[in-house]
Write a protein that binds this ligand. Structure first.
Ligand code: WQD
Length: 341
């Protein structure tokens, strides 16, 4: 039986792009997803892009019995765990749903890895664990701040669960990738971000405004202590981010890690403001994005971007796509979704 990588949440935004890169790097992949925040069309389009009939299992990772069936049916050498709820605002309104889903699914993954001898895991973590860092750019040693949302707290707790599980169970090693702000879409424009309802994230709101679905973008504050007053973030192309997961899995399979638990910042190392991003989007795509300045959004940090030295030197990974290319891919995806020529 071919060894495979289990990608939980593999029908989602980052999971689908990572599956494409894994398959194109020669890995066998099994996608597991409960489709609570993803469409089956994403799996079909991943198959179209790769030309491979990648197995898809509709399963809730929180249901141990159902989830275990996958570990009996397939032989996995590694797991990449994306399956989680990820809307910051929703997590404030529904904390129990977030703790149950994000912690329950992750603990099931680790338990099943332990029971079925699966050694390697890549955990989808987030720069949100840094909160508003005292010093910028953030390195992996930058202290984590108390989480400002249940979503962010689940990321911190899962990192600690991973750390302690690796320390206790000799058969498991892991890498946590702390994503900054993933944006963009696959060059084929067949997969991309599919937010449900009104997007809370910036780039899908921009693309939907440019497509006329949203009337106007609200820029949440221009009175921050930044060059143009709007918040600074590190916008990382989703394909570059996906490639980082392939590098991380290979590092563990080839036992190249410096430790059994490693953490890497995955970003571009470049800060971009909200207004810079809006202007770049309009320039690159030749479209207007009607926008107005409104008040700050509660919970937003003023500025956060990555020091990517460790990922660049240790992983040998670096973001390659330019912001212009990424914003062009985001628009191409939106046009594909809305049948805009
Ligand atoms: C970016 C900037 C907003 C929308 C969160 C999570 C992170 C990850 C990505 C899951 C901010 C501004 C946004 C809008 C705006 N989560 N903005 N108008 O908050 O940096 O990160 O999402 O994958 O873990 O913390 O991303 O895209 O929501 O906001 O002005 O309509 O855009 O104020 O400065 P954020 P975001």
């Amino acid at each position: 039986m071919k060894e495979s990588v289990l990608v939980t949440g593999g029908a989602g935004f980052i999971g689908s792009h990572t599956t494409v890169e894994l398959v194109e790097a020669g890995f066998g992949v099994v996608i597991a997803d409960n489709l609570s925040n993803a469409e089956l069309s994403a799996v079909e389009n991943v198959r179209k892009i790769t030309g491979q009939e990648i197995p898809f299992e509709e399963v809730d990772c929180c249901c141990y019995e159902d989830f275990e069936k996958l570990f009996l049916k397939y032989k996995f050498n590694s797991v990449i765990h994306f399956a989680a709820s990820k809307a910051v605002g929703e997590s404030v309104a529904e904390p129990l749903q977030y703790y149950r889903n994000n912690l329950g699914s992750f603990m099931n993954v680790l338990e099943l890895m332990k029971e079925h001898g699966v050694e390697n895991i890549v955990f989808s973590s987030s720069a949100t664990v840094y909160g508003q860092p005292d010093k910028l750019p953030t390195t992996e040693q930058t202290p984590r701040q108390p989480a400002t949302s249940p979503y962010g707290n689940t990321k911190q707790i899962c990192e600690d669960v991973l750390r302690d599980s690796i320390a206790a169970y000799a058969g498991i090693k892991g890498i946590a990738l702390r994503y900054f702000n993933p944006i963009g879409a696959h060059p084929s424009a067949l997969i991309g971000e599919l937010p449900k309802g009104v997007p809370s994230n910036l780039v899908p709101f921009i693309t939907q405004t440019a497509a006329g679905i949203r009337k106007e973008l609200s820029v949440f504050g221009d009175d921050y202590n930044t060059p143009d007053g709007s918040c600074l973030r590190d916008y990382i192309d989703v394909v570059d981010l996906a490639k980082a997961h392939v590098v991380a899995v290979n590092r563990m399979i080839q036992n190249k890690g410096k430790a059994r638990y490693e953490i890497f910042n995955i970003g571009t190392g470049k800060p971009t403001s909200v207004l810079e991003l809006v202007n770049a989007f309009e320039r690159v795509n030749g479209v207007q994005v009607p926008h107005k300045i409104v008040g700050r959004r509660p919970g937003d940090v003023e500025a956060v971007w990555a020091d990517t030295t460790l990922a660049n030197t240790e992983l040998g990974w670096k973001a390659e796509r330019t912001l212009d290319q990424t914003l062009a891919s985001a628009w191409a995806w939106e046009k594909h979704l809305r049948n805009i020529k």
